[in-house]
Ligand binder design. Structure first.
Ligand SMILES: Nc1ncnc2c1ncn2[C@@H]1O[C@H](COP(=O)(O)OP(=O)(O)O)[C@@H](O)[C@H]1O
Ligand SMILES: [Mg+2]
Length: 359
């Protein structure tokens, strides 16, 4: 059988650029070369698309950018692939499928998925709507709530209200949520712009920080809880992994704890929980996946208050971290699916989804 060409897209314009470089390096290395030719496509922080033919190990450090050739991914269903211009020569590089390994805005939020839809090319991620919903902490909460999933108490405010009338916001937060509370931009990831406010001055700071990143800011009640995550994959019949637990090295799982603590944050797999609690988590994870109509894969994150035996859904990530050390693939490994098998499975699911929705 003729090999298919898979374009792995890495980098991107979000604050999670570096995380994407790490995730994609791991993925590129294990893609089955018997079945696929890998085409490496990087997006710089400035939004420049580059075709990269060099050493995979130069991706993580950013060195790849020097060797990349300017490339265009046309929104044209008759040109599924990349166009490069180099030394005055135009060249077309066809692709059969793309794997966006891009975390955060313009990668995980439905925007790039829209480009793939217009190009009518299969892609390894949820569709436009599900991606956008997964990225938006406010709208995903509304849908989780609607589906009967337990969520933490929250309020949402517009940036304009924060600028014009922070006093009223403070009153509402103090009356309805209290301290400490969590303040987050509605549309980011990797804990960027997320703060825990213990008192009024911290709340004011936190609201101002979060509103730098988004037009809408979410304030949530603090829940004292363990952090439990599950991996899901599938289209019409999604499957769920065993749960894992995160023990952050900092006061909460902030940006530093996520990527720069030199391994002090602990991933415990499987999470020490009773069989019956595991079952509840697994049911809720599948329910959340369906609530946003996800496809291919996602990681679902929960809070678990053990004293009260209460589970809350925190968020759903449609393109979770994907290095060998990341929770998403490690949970599958512990459930019996190796990292290379998992990558193969996700690619197959993307072709399956494409066949199902193509017109
Ligand atoms: N309501 C909350 N109560 C307690 N801890 C929270 C709450 N919201 C967020 N956190 C902490 O902050 C971290 C980051 O928040 P999260 O909403 O998951 O944002 P991100 O999308 O950036 O990962 C969580 O992993 C958790 O440690
Ligand atoms: Mg999170």
């Amino acid at each position: 059988m003729k090999k298919k060409r898979i374009g792995v897209i890495f980098g991107g314009q979000s604050g999670e650029h570096e995380v994407s470089l790490m995730s994609s390096t791991s993925i590129i290395k294990v893609i089955d070369r018997e079945k696929y030719d890998v085409v490496m496509i990087g997006i710089t922080k400035n939004g420049e698309w580059l075709l990269y033919n060099g050493d995979v190990d130069k991706i993580k450090s950013g060195e790849w950018e020097k060797e990349g050739i300017r490339a265009f991914f046309p929104p044209n269903a008759n040109y599924k692939g990349l166009i490069t211009f180099s030394n005055g020569k135009e060249e077309f590089h066809p692709l059969d499928i793309v794997f966006p390994v891009l975390h955060g805005p313009r990668g995980e939020d439905g925007t790039i998925q829209g480009l793939f839809e217009i190009s009518q090319i299969p892609y390894v991620s949820s569709g436009v709507m599900s991606s956008a919903l997964g990225m938006d902490k406010f709208f995903s909460k509304k849908l989780f709530d609607h589906a009967g999933l337990p969520i933490v108490k929250y309020k949402v405010f517009h940036k304009k209200e924060i600028l014009l009338d922070i006093e009223t916001i403070i009153q509402i937060v103090e009356r309805d949520l209290g301290y400490p509370c969590f303040v987050k931009p509605c549309n980011l990831g990797s804990s960027v712009g997320v703060s825990k406010a213990h008192n009024r001055p911290e709340l004011i700071d936190a609201l101002q920080i979060a509103s730098k990143y988004d037009r809408r800011v979410l304030v949530e009640e603090f829940v004292k809880a363990r952090e439990i995550e599950l991996s899901v994959f599938g289209n019409n019949e999604p499957k769920v992994s065993i749960p894992g637990e995160i023990i952050p090295s900092n006061e909460f799982y902030d940006y530093v704890a996520k990527y720069f603590d030199g391994g002090k944050t602990k991933l415990i797999i499987p999470a020490p929980l009773s069989e019956s609690v595991i079952k509840r988590f697994q049911e809720l994870a599948l329910k959340a996946y369906r609530a946003l109509d996800c496809s291919i894969y996602a990681r679902v994150d929960f809070f678990y208050n053990e004293e009260q035996d209460k589970i809350y859904i925190n968020e759903l990530n449609t393109i979770p971290g994907f290095t060998h050390a990341s929770m998403y693939p490690k949970l599958w490994e512990a459930t019996g699916i190796s990292y290379p098998q998992l990558i193969n499975k996700l690619i197959d699911l993307a072709f399956e989804r494409y066949e199902e929705i193509k017109q």
